[in-house]
Design a protein around this ligand. Structure first.
Ligand SMILES: Cc1cc2nc3c(=O)[nH]c(=O)nc-3n(C[C@H](O)[C@H](O)[C@H](O)COP(=O)(O)O)c2cc1C
Length: 276
């Protein structure tokens, strides 16, 4: 993906929502431009990243805010093709894990906090609660997204892999994860294949996500309008024109639709998270 800095803010906003935009642009800069231009990349060149790239991306990730400074996350960088293949098999697909030179597996990691409690002889009971797991998940997501913002700004590409949660025990075995750690998602990273065009995927209209002062339900019109926007996007991508509501309804239809993740709370207990 090459950064097309020639696009106007207006065109960036129109691509983001897939419709003409009347949003004001009271300010604009390269950061916002790159964020609005984000798209997931699933086709990569077989080119390795330069030396130091991984560490710089992790510095960007570590620059994200973190709940009370707890820093309850870690990341495993996987470059070995055979390990990537095994991890991909646990997700039931995602060939882009193999194509990308770098696969980052982001963890909730409470082990350092457990060590701190041992050093200071406190019970560390707080770590046993859902709250601590949630903090680790939020921290990992913020860190990873900071890396994604950096990746996009460099014209590199990435794609999150939630499929890491399909078989978390197998991922844990593969990465030799200790108790009180779990992979929450992966991220493929690499140079986008210029021969595979990826487009900006339109988001819900702001009327459906931005409320003033108190919550308000989006109208049926908002959702129908977004279905139309997505159908137009899908047609452009030569994908089935299903819209948004139908595919989301399918995605959450029942436990089977969760691809093995319906058992997640029991699995997390087994990985050392009591989630009280
Ligand atoms: C937590 C998370 C998990 C995701 N898991 C996958 C995945 O397993 N496979 C995949 O191809 N894309 C995955 N994605 C990418 C989303 O499908 C993508 O972000 C979404 O469709 C919006 O498209 P965009 O990123 O191009 O704007 C995931 C994204 C997130 C945030």
């Amino acid at each position: 993906m090459t950064l097309n800095r020639a696009e106007t803010p207006q065109r960036r906003l129109e691509a983001r929502y897939g419709v003409t935009s009347d949003l004001l642009q009271p300010f604009w800069n390269d950061t916002i431009d790159s964020m609005l231009n984000h798209r997931s990349v699933r086709a990569y060149l077989p080119t390795s990243l330069p030396e130091g790239a991984l560490e710089l991306l992790v510095a960007a990730a570590q620059s994200a805010p973190t709940s009370s400074g707890l820093q309850a996350w870690s990341v495993v960088a996987v470059q070995d093709p055979e390990r990537k293949a095994r991890l991909a098999s646990f997700t039931g697909g995602n060939a882009h894990i193999l194509a990308a030179p770098l696969f980052l597996v982001w963890l909730v990691d409470l082990t350092r906090l457990r060590s701190a409690t041992r050093l200071h002889r406190t019970e560390g009971e707080g770590l046993d609660y859902l709250e601590s797991f949630l903090i680790g998940t939020i921290d990992a997501a913020l860190a990873a997204q900071n890396a994604v913002v950096a990746i996009d700004s460099l014209g590199l590409g990435s794609c999150y892999i939630g499929g890491m949660r399909n078989q978390p025990q197998n991922v844990a075995r593969e990465l030799q994860l200790p108790p009180e750690t779990v992979a929450v998602f992966g991220l493929t990273v690499g140079y986008p294949d210029p021969d595979v065009v990826t487009d900006v995927k339109p988001r819900l209209p702001q009327s459906a996500v931005l409320f003033h002062e108190t919550f308000s339900q989006p109208t049926a019109d908002d959702l129908v309008a977004y279905d139309d926007t997505m159908k137009a996007f899908q047609a452009k991508q030569s994908l089935p024109k299903v819209g948004w509501t139908a595919s989301m309804a399918k995605r959450v239809a029942n436990a089977d639709a969760l691809h093995g993740r319906a058992q997640l709370s029991e699995i997390l207990h087994g990985l050392g998270f009591p989630l009280k």
